[in-house]
Design a binder for this molecule. Structure first.
Ligand code: HGY
Ligand code: MN
Ligand code: MN
Length: 420
């Protein structure tokens, strides 16, 4: 096992970031895209990067970009993650990747490391998509992908992405300025595992080989508002009853096979009166699978379950795809460097597939990418109970630093080779 002392400044950065957007009760953290809390955390990161001697700023898509320039120039090694959160999220999801990136830079500077290629630390905006359903917004803009179709998405208050951007002083017409992928040679991210594998195997480090694909669906069921006291069941077209049947059916869909995970995380009932038979019900369906074919199969199955539940209650139904991220393979040139970094500090490591989605799956569409995982206590995440020990955080930061050194010294797969 690795013998690395807990890193005081890493813990300080985590604590100070966790205080930004902390919920008034419950111990969770809420930092949505384009919110004051996320902009405060982003500005705080700019200051921390500048204090380490990096050029730092916030780009046109709200990404924080810190650059450690190299005398020789060349395509940058980007170390990244995110500072936005799910509602009442934990203090490690995303933020640990950023704090460990800061710690790795401190460690490298203290050892006299001079990068042969530029080293960037990036906090991507809106990785979670929690407010507008626009997951990976920042990393997609950074990668030069067109995110303008997302500008009209609305949050629960009816505010559009474009309006939220403008309210914070960002011009949606300048989003294209965030494109930076042409200057990037490889991507590396440290993240909590958010699952139970590493802890159950007594490992300190996870070498991610692939990231499961993500399919996001919005389901709308349409019935008819009616009086709760006077309307016989036979005359009802109850949208919530239809949704309940559909949601129970979706659980059955994935119950006997762990290769596909289905989650209904949000539901909205209209008009929402206690004495009104629901006229409309909207709910989200989040599907994960390591194989693209399983995602397609799951989409067909979800549509069939919804159609059957709607027919049973004589409802109209609509199923819209709002997110589709293909499974992503990590690049061997990066995973080899991570495994070498773990060996260098005698850390017990294991290879694994990430069940959670990450910005790395966007970057991996364009450049060689890899991820370093550290254990999550009890496999808990997207919860105030999320926890990773100080020791595991310190080992992760050390392995991140070693991996950066390894990648800096080795010829990376060129983007042209990678895309070929
Ligand atoms: O949804 C996910 O897997 C990630 O936390 N954004
Ligand atoms: Mn998350
Ligand atoms: Mn995350």
């Amino acid at each position: 096992m690795a013998r690395i002392a807990p890193a005081g400044l890493l813990a300080r950065d985590l604590d100070e970031l966790a205080a930004i957007g902390a919920d008034a009760t419950g111990g969770g953290i809420t930092r949505f895209a384009w919110s004051d809390a996320l902009l405060d955390a982003s500005r705080s990161l700019v200051e921390r990067l500048a204090a380490l001697g990096l050029e730092a700023g916030i780009d046109a898509a709200g990404n924080v970009v810190g650059r450690w320039c190299a005398p020789g120039g060349g395509k940058a090694l980007v170390v990244g993650s995110h500072l936005d959160t799910v509602p009442s999220g934990g203090r490690y999801d995303g933020a640990l990747g950023i704090a460990a990136g800061l710690e790795a830079i401190r460690l490298l500077r203290a050892r006299g490391f001079v990068p042969r290629r530029p080293l960037w630390l990036v906090a991507f905006n809106d990785e979670e998509g929690a407010r507008f359903g626009t997951a990976m917004f920042g990393s997609r803009a950074f990668a030069g992908e067109d995110v303008t179709p997302l500008l009209e998405r609305r949050d629960r208050d009816g505010t559009t992405v474009a309006e939220a951007m403008a309210a914070q002083g960002f011009d949606p017409r300048r989003l294209g300025d965030a494109r930076a992928i042409d200057d990037v040679g490889a991507y590396l991210e440290l993240h909590i595992e958010q699952g139970p594998v590493l802890e159950s195997r007594g490992c300190e480090i996870g070498v991610v080989t692939a990231i499961a694909g993500v399919l996001g669906l919005d389901v709308t069921l349409g019935g008819e508002a009616a009086h709760a006291g006077t309307t016989p069941v036979a005359l009802r077209r109850d949208a919530l009853v239809g949704a309940a049947r559909a949601i129970a059916g979706l659980r059955e869909l994935a119950a006997d096979r762990d290769a596909v995970r289905v989650t209904v995380g949000t539901i909205e009932v209209l008009p929402g009166g206690f004495n009104v038979v629901p006229a409309e019900c909207r709910f989200s369906v989040d599907v994960r699978a390591a194989e693209a074919s399983l995602l397609d199969e799951a989409e067909r199955a979800v549509r069939a379950v919804v159609a059957e539940a709607a027919a049973g209650e004589r409802l109209e139904s609509d199923v819209a795809v709002v997110r589709r991220l293909a499974p992503a393979a990590m690049d061997p040139s990066v995973t080899r460097a991570i495994a070498a970094g773990a060996r260098a500090v005698d850390a017990r490591s294991a290879e694994l597939v990430s069940g959670a989605g990450h910005d790395a799956m966007v970057l991996a569409r364009h450049v060689p990418a890899g991820m370093v995982f550290v254990p999550s206590r009890g496999g808990v995440s997207h919860s105030p109970r999320e926890h990773t020990s100080e020791e595991h955080c310190a080992v992760g930061a050390e392995v991140l630093a070693r991996t950066v050194e390894g990648l800096d010294a080795s010829p990376l797969t060129t983007t042209e080779e990678y895309r070929a």
